[in-house]
Ligand binder design. Structure first.
Ligand SMILES: *Cc1c(COP(=O)(O)O)cnc(C)c1O
Length: 238
């Protein structure tokens, strides 16, 4: 078995154990394999081990990788999870299935307008700056209700839920707090009448805490592909 296949099995076991601990079904949690900085061959190895959903952070690297794996396009689901500048929205709208880090209406409007008519709507999450650091990306929690209503009305997009990258914390209780806050925001959107179902939260170091607080999608890179070496990455970033 390849290292990637063995790592995927170990991650699946972590997800199943965390779900069970929380009284949830493992099938409620989608594993997104974050393949940024890793070559198309690594994605192919994960595909061969049964993985279907992949996350990329950098537009050019992601578009190149999708092209190299064109033979698998119909079987794969590609998620753009990085921060997105307005001059890069077109490539994302044309090549990806999901976008996780929408934090302002302008980006959502561009993605909606640029989504090709022959494709299904782009599935999107709003990124929330849930730990409140001023330097990080993400909408402020107080901005989320109005932004959600505006994004939900765009024809080229389908609003699925919320995403967050909290400040790293080592103790489980501290890890869970921002995830609980994100879940409360999603509940408020539902109470507001929006049909949203996705909580994109949890990475290699805190997936158990995220699953305990209701994550429906965990974004896992290191635990599947190993440590990232940005200097040796297959494509330019940005
Ligand atoms: C890189 C990245 C991940 C994966 O992080 P790991 O700690 O390697 O699991 C998840 N989400 C986002 C937004 C990322 O940029």
């Amino acid at each position: 078995m390849s290292v990637i296949a063995a790592n995927l099995q170990a991650v699946d076991r972590r997800i199943a154990a965390a779900a069970q601990q929380a009284g949830r079904q493992p099938g409620e949690v989608t594993l997104l394999a974050v393949s940024k900085t890793f070559p198309a061959a690594a994605v192919r190895a994960a595909f061969d081990a049964g993985q279907r959903a992949f996350g990329e952070n950098y537009v050019q690297e992601g578009v190149d990788k999708i092209a190299r794996l064109a033979d698998l396009r119909d079987a794969l689901c590609w998620h753009f999870i990085g921060p997105l500048q307005s001059n890069k929205t077109r490539a994302v709208a044309e090549h990806f299935d999901w976008v996780h880090a929408i934090d302002r209406l302008r980006i959502a409007e561009r993605l909606s307008a640029q989504r090709p008519a022959g494709l299904p709507p782009l599935q999107v999450c709003l990124q929330v700056n849930i730990s409140g650091e001023t330097s990080k990306s993400g909408a402020a929690p107080g901005e989320v209700p109005a932004l959600a209503r505006a994004v939900a009305a765009l024809p080229g997009l389908r609003l699925r839920g919320l995403m967050a990258i909290p400040e790293p914390a080592s103790d489980p209780a501290a890890q869970r707090r921002p995830f609980a806050a994100l879940r409360a925001l999603l509940d408020a959107m539902r109470a507001d009448g929006l049909e949203v179902d996705t909580l994109s939260m949890g990475m290699s170091a805190d997936m158990e805490a995220a699953i305990a607080e209701g994550a429906t999608l965990v974004r896992i890179g290191t635990a599947i592909f190993g440590a990232r070496d940005y200097a040796a990455a297959p494509a330019t970033h940005g």
